[in-house]
Design a protein around this ligand. Structure first.
Ligand code: 0RA
Length: 645
């Protein structure tokens, strides 16, 4: 190995360059999109390489830094990416990893790469999409360096000094010509993912530092994510605001047919099923074989136990699979060597062999637990029986809704002011808080494509209500019928028929105050728990009415925050006055149209879920029983902390 490997491009590395060009031409094919999601994905991709090094047992500390210019530095204390000459490519191994699409760590046959970003595309994609990337390797007593611009090496790998440690450091600045919308990183988004990674890979320390934000002492904001108990702690974190019915988290960790399986679960007093599954650290929110294996193992084992306990003897109806999962929070995490991802968003595991591995693991774990904890076992079975009874009641309520819908010939709710356009893609419906604001919206709207559905005051808190109460609730039934989606079957009450969806924009429009944001959150909670597909498909939006009207004579301008208000007042100078809008009702129809409803001028915030676990936790906190954390959260006015625009 020489200090300065010679630059000698072979035919293969020219192909590599073409690969890199392709990434720049079609970035979405590699990282999903070039918006906020894709931007954050770059970080995950780089961190995943360090996680792999940690999973191989060579690294226990990863540091992620958001620098002031929104460049990102990821450093680990692993072995360092090899810098020696790569025989086939004729350049250093480091350069191959950084500039060859799909090279990853694959040239190292011994390490079986299990982690990997959503698309598992490798750090070379990050390089291709970065204005600048610098790799520093500490290895063999030396510090090695190579820089790249938009994926092209600027010089051969060189030594820049001694090193007493080993590891890899990568700094990259996302390319603004690719990420046109923004390159500004969101601390919370990265923190949520780093926390998740620390739970999924116990023992690894991940330090996240934001140099753009300083604390009172002038130090950069920083958090260390580290979990000794892994999924067990993850469950406690997710369920922090729910009341458990068992003594502690039930968990197992093992390997079946060469597939590492980890499971942790707990039952709580809520009525929601809360399952999260991962394959190679990737959230599989469409589920797949590992999740069906989990469900099967759970149902079989609990059913067997319940049958033999005699507790079901007096029950008049069958217990269904769903009943075993009411109030259950669980995480299934598997590592699969060659995962096959299927489904719309490629987050559904297809590998057949995984199902049995998980189902057997879960059965063994649960059988032992139930034997050893008879009190917990009894509580669980009682909970299942209650769920079955409630389901029975829910069916009646649901049939009633369905009958109503059918009877009125798909009739729409009386309160709905529909639009004339018929093509759902062009239609919008505003869910408006209160009849009076509803009236204003009705006058202000463009009736060609905008429909208005006023909702009465506070809608039902579905987080605390049993399913049949939800389906019996009039406001909620109005939402179902107005949107045109039918309630699912008994087996899957929450499965929606999206083809019937009558509007492709469903806009929540509430007052811009604490009460209004509470109501928005109630409505969002309902969508999250009962119509999650609408969120996942990008159909749910939040309107943003202005907070102030600044006036001077005939001059009028709106302001959406205090800064904007102050600037306007300065611009207008002496004699300007401010009107604060306490609610939508204080605006007249024209003002509401101009500021909040007119597609040319309004800002709609699209609701997305970038971290299912975190979203679940936030909703259970906001809408659950424990008041103090909710108050704190609402006071921080950060309802949308994990629901970004
Ligand atoms: C392949 C082989 C070896 C290390 C790595 C990959 C490696 C890659 C990354 C990416 C980020 N951090 C990393 N750390 C290590 C080492 C093989 C050896 O030393 O024998």
């Amino acid at each position: 190995m020489s200090d300065q490997p010679n630059q000698n491009y072979s035919a293969d590395s020219i192909q590599a360059l073409e690969g890199m060009e392709h990434v720049r031409m079609r970035p979405s094919m590699y990282i999903g999109d070039v918006g906020l999601r894709g931007l954050h994905h770059l970080v995950y991709e780089v961190v995943d390489n360090s996680i792999d090094e940690a999973l191989a047992g060579h690294c226990d500390l990863i540091s992620v830094q958001i620098n002031e210019d929104n460049s990102i530095t990821v450093e680990d204390n692993g072995r360092g990416i090899p810098v020696g000459m790569h025989k086939k490519e004729g350049v250093s191994a480091l350069e191959v990893v950084m500039t060859k699409i799909g090279a990853g760590g694959k040239f190292d046959k011994d390490s079986y790469k299990v982690s990997g970003g959503l698309h598992g595309v490798g750090v070379s994609c990050v390089n291709a999409l970065s204005e600048m990337l610098k790799a520093t390797v500490y290895r063999d007593g030396k510090t090695w360096e190579q820089e790249y611009a938009r994926g092209k090496a600027q010089y051969p790998v060189k030594t820049v000094g001694e090193a007493s440690k080993t590891g890899t450091m990568v700094t990259f600045l996302p390319d603004r010509t690719i990420f046109k919308q923004t390159i500004e990183y969101n601390y919370e988004t990265l923190a949520n993912r780093m926390r998740e990674l620390s739970f999924l890979n116990k023992g690894i320390k991940i330090q996240l530092t934001d140099h753009r934000q300083k604390d009172e002492k002038g130090d950069s904001v920083s958090e260390l994510f580290h979990s000794d108990e892994g999924l067990k702690e993850f469950i406690r974190f997710l369920d922090a605001n729910r009341e458990p019915i068992t003594a502690d988290v039930i968990s197992m960790e093992g390997e079946k047919n060469d597939i590492p399986v980890e499971v942790a679960m707990i039952y709580n007093t809520s009525f929601t099923e809360n399952l999260h599954s991962y394959v190679n650290n990737i959230n599989t929110h469409e589920g797949g074989t590992h999740l069906s294996g989990f469900r099967r193992g759970l149902t079989t084992t609990l059913k067997k136990y319940a049958d033999s306990s005699g507790m079901l003897d007096k029950l008049k109806f069958e217990i269904s699979g769903d009943d075993f999962r009411e109030g259950l929070t669980a995480i299934v995490s598997v590592k699969v060597a060659e995962p096959q991802f299927e489904g719309q968003t490629k987050t559904k595991l297809g590998n057949r062999e995984v199902s049995a591995a998980v189902s057997q693991s879960v059965s063994e774990m649960l059988e032992n637990y139930l034997e050893e904890h008879p009190n917990d076992a009894k509580s669980i079975v009682q909970k299942v029986i209650l769920a079955a009874q409630a389901r029975h009641a829910a069916r009646k309520a649901r049939e009633m809704v369905q009958r109503k819908t059918v009877m009125s010939g798909g009739g729409l709710p009386g309160k709905l002011s529909d639009c004339s356009e018929q093509d759902p893609k062009l239609c919008e419906v505003f869910l408006v808080e209160g009849d009076s604001a509803g009236g204003t919206a009705k006058q202000g709207r463009d009736r060609n494509f905008q429909a208005i559905l006023p909702l009465r005051g506070k809608i039902l808190n579905v987080e605390k209500a049993m399913q049949h109460k939800v389906f019996e609730n009039e406001e909620i039934r109005n939402i179902y019928t107005a949107l045109g989606v039918t309630i699912g079957t008994e087996e899957d009450a929450k499965a929606l028929n999206l083809e019937k969806l009558r509007y492709h924009k469903v806009v929540i429009m509430c007052d811009a105050d604490v009460d209004g944001s509470h109501i928005s959150t109630l409505i969002l909670t309902f969508f999250f728990r009962y119509m999650r597909e609408l969120i996942e498909n990008g159909y749910i939006y939040i309107a943003t009415p202005p907070l102030y009207l600044v006036k001077k004579g005939a001059k009028k301008q709106y302001a959406w925050d205090d800064d904007q208000r102050d600037r306007l007042m300065q611009d207008f100078g002496q004699g300007s006055s401010v009107q604060r809008y306490k609610g939508l009702g204080e605006m007249n129809a024209e003002q509401l149209w101009d500021t909040t409803m007119n597609p040319e001028f309004r800002t709609l915030r699209q609701v997305t879920i970038d971290n299912g676990g975190e979203a679940d936790r936030v909703f259970s906190m906001l809408m659950g029983d424990e008041v103090p954390p909710r108050r704190e959260f609402i006071e921080k006015n950060a309802i949308y902390a994990n629901i970004d625009a």
